[in-house]
Write a new protein. Structure first.
Length: 632
């Protein structure tokens, strides 16, 4: 795991893990440091997160500092760190311990964070200080008079700190949050943490026989398991009690989306004629009076599956039979873009991470279909929506000043178009990667990559990672042809070969098949699969093999030189032919005398679902989700 020490101005920090657009900020508690984040970072890295850990004042490399471990010194630093993170990562989440959680809630309650994970959080600082004062028999008047008192345990009590805590209770926390709490925690009582979790809709786990600091082997085992579960849930389309589902067209067609909002801000659109063109200024401003828009204003309310678009596909959240959030997407095939045609979260469920998760599904559809941009429209008066889209990585790409009326600019309701563009790795050449045989030490990473590559691609979930595992045990597996692609020490692709047969009456011909051929999602479309095939096909030809027969994507493999099997008088075992059934000659006319029925290794048909589900437990938990183009 990568470990890079940096400084954010005067704040020592560590960035843990391989490069990613997702990051957790790790905020330690009293007595901690940035270095304690290592175990959390190891777990987070499994889920493709980086971790940024920092030394708070008077801790770690800053132990010599004095009188600075307080909210008026810590909060400006956290604001500085968040600013740095916004410049370097697209998706930001939070992990905090003890008082680190209290500092974070004080300083970040207006930030749009994707997740928060708290261990033994201090929730009510006023209550904690009051209890310490009672234990030491110190009154508020005495503390006010003396300003600072050192307790019998060496802890310093400060009137300024107590007054700050009393005047700044945690009254707002809209970030989806997981909390691990010990039943015997003396710093935050059970009733306090339960009330907090209920008020702010947090996922609370309380464990027996543990204290504020988890330190015994059994406690640490529980802690690390819970960390992994919490990180997994963040990828499971569960937003603290809610679950996103596919909204089937048959059930949800023409369902009205009751988009309603009130805004005190707007984005002013000013178009200025110049001698040599035009200048467009778009600036956020305050309204003189708040504007409210409701569905009743329009004769054409927003609806799901309204028939204007081809191949619409919607997801949403249903609570007790009622729709509380939805997103609908549809491809613009002529421009190879994906449009978000509807996006809505009911007001009482906003700022809980639901909108972000819905946007993530739209981005996932875009990547699967290899669209070049994700686009949507909103109005210049919908400032909250615009701010949200900007946070999600969208940028303005156009506008229409007379979409709704000829007075849209004066009405402050200009149609604005926003776009999100996926990051793309460059096309690779053979000199950019290492293609080599798989080692036993690669097995887990190869299977993990296969799972990530095929998850929800053809079916809900996938079994290709389990097939990789089973193939290695099969007598039909050909390890000398099977290869992995490695870049910068990381496995980004693999191709697995096995023996197959073409049988024509009494005559049997041995041929090859490969599968799975898989590429890590962030390297798909970058020539990795083609390089793996090219290198292994040359090797197979040199070893005297005549041809390869596969079931594959008919839009992809013909570019490599595959032809449908009817050209070779080859059929499936049950005598069929179709576009996805293809063959490749490893040398000119090497398959001209091969015809008959095709039979592949039995291992491909021996993947019971119960075995697959059991094997899935070895890997990070992933959500089974319906996407367009799946076979079932």
């Amino acid at each position: 795991m990568e470990k890079n020490k940096i400084n954010i101005e005067n704040i020592p920090a560590i960035i843990w893990g391989d490069a990613s657009d997702k990051v957790y900020l790790y905020v330690h508690g009293q007595g901690g440091s940035k270095d304690e984040a290592e175990k959390f970072a190891e777990i987070a890295n499994k889920f493709s997160y980086q971790v940024l850990s920092i030394d708070l004042p008077e801790h770690g490399e800053r132990r010599e500092e004095v009188d600075s471990f307080n909210p008026w010194d810590v909060l400006p630093e956290l604001d500085l760190v968040i600013g740095y993170m916004k410049l370097n990562w697209e998706h930001i989440s939070l992990f905090a311990n003890s008082i680190g959680a209290w500092f974070s809630m004080q300083g970040m309650n207006n930030e749009i964070l994707e997740r928060a994970i708290f261990v033994s959080p201090i929730i009510d600082m006023e209550n904690l200080i009051s209890n310490m004062m009672k234990y030491e028999n110190i009154s508020q008047n005495e503390l006010k008079e003396k300003q600072n008192i050192t307790t019998s345990s060496g802890q310093s009590l400060s009137w300024r700190y107590f007054k700050y805590a009393a005047e700044n209770p945690i009254s707002k926390w809209d970030i989806p949050t997981y909390i691990l709490f010990a039943k015997d925690d003396i710093f935050t009582g059970n009733e306090l943490v339960k009330a907090f979790a209920t008020k702010f809709n947090c996922n609370l786990t309380v464990i027996e026989q543990a204290e504020h600091w988890f330190h015994t082997p059994s406690q640490l085992e529980v802690l690390h398991s819970w960390m992994e579960q919490s990180l997994g849930d963040s990828l499971d389309n569960k937003i603290i009690g809610y679950e996103i589902i596919h909204l089937q067209k048959e059930q949800w067609k023409d369902t009205i989306i009751p988009i309603k909002y009130t805004t005190n801000d707007y984005y002013d659109v000013i178009i200025t004629d110049l001698d040599k063109g035009f200048r467009i200024d778009i600036e956020k401003k305050k309204l003189d009076n708040a504007i409210t828009h409701t569905p009743e204003e329009y004769n054409f309310p927003d609806r799901l599956y309204k028939g204007y678009w081809e191949d619409e596909f919607a997801w949403g959240i249903v609570e007790q039979g009622k729709l509380i959030a939805a997103i609908e997407t549809a491809p613009e095939k002529w421009s190879n873009r994906l449009r978000i045609t509807e996006l809505w979260v009911s007001p009482e469920h906003q700022r809980k991470g639901i909108g972000h998760e819905l946007i993530e599904l739209a981005k996932e559809r875009l990547k699967r279909e290899r669209r070049r941009a994700l686009i949507l429209e909103t109005q210049s008066c919908n400032a909250n929506a615009i701010d949200f889209y900007i946070h999600e990585g969208f940028s303005i790409m156009g506008m229409d000043t007379c979409c709704y009326s000829n007075d849209d600019i004066d009405r402050k309701e200009v149609r604005l178009e926003f776009a999100w563009f996926p990051k793309k790795n460059p096309k690779l050449k053979i000199s950019d990667i290492e293609i080599r045989s798989e080692k036993e030490s690669d097995w887990y990473n190869v299977e993990l990559m296969a799972q990530q590559a095929f998850w929800n691609k053809h079916h809900l979930g996938c079994d290709e990672h389990y097939l990789v595992h089973k193939l290695r045990q099969s007598e039909d597996y050909i390890p000398e042809l099977s290869k992995v692609a490695v870049k910068n020490g990381e496995i980004i692709g693999c191709i697995m070969y096995s023996k197959a047969k073409i049988i024509d009456g009494e005559t049997s011909h041995e041929v090859l098949t490969f599968g799975p051929l898989c590429v890590r999602p962030d390297w798909q479309g970058c020539n990795v699969g083609e390089l793996l095939m090219s290198e292994t096909m040359k090797l197979a030809s040199e070893k005297g093999y005549k041809g390869i027969v596969i079931f594959g994507e008919p839009d992809y493999y013909p570019r490599i030189g595959f032809k449908t099997c009817d050209k070779f008088e080859i059929t499936t075992a049950d005598g069929k032919n179709f576009d996805a059934f293809m063959a490749y000659e490893l040398s000119p006319d090497s398959m001209k005398d091969i015809k008959g029925k095709y039979y592949y290794s039995e291992v491909f048909d021996n993947l019971p679902s119960e075995e697959v589900e059991k094997y899935n437990k070895k890997f990070p938990k992933l959500k089974k989700m319906k996407f367009p183009g799946q076979w079932d």
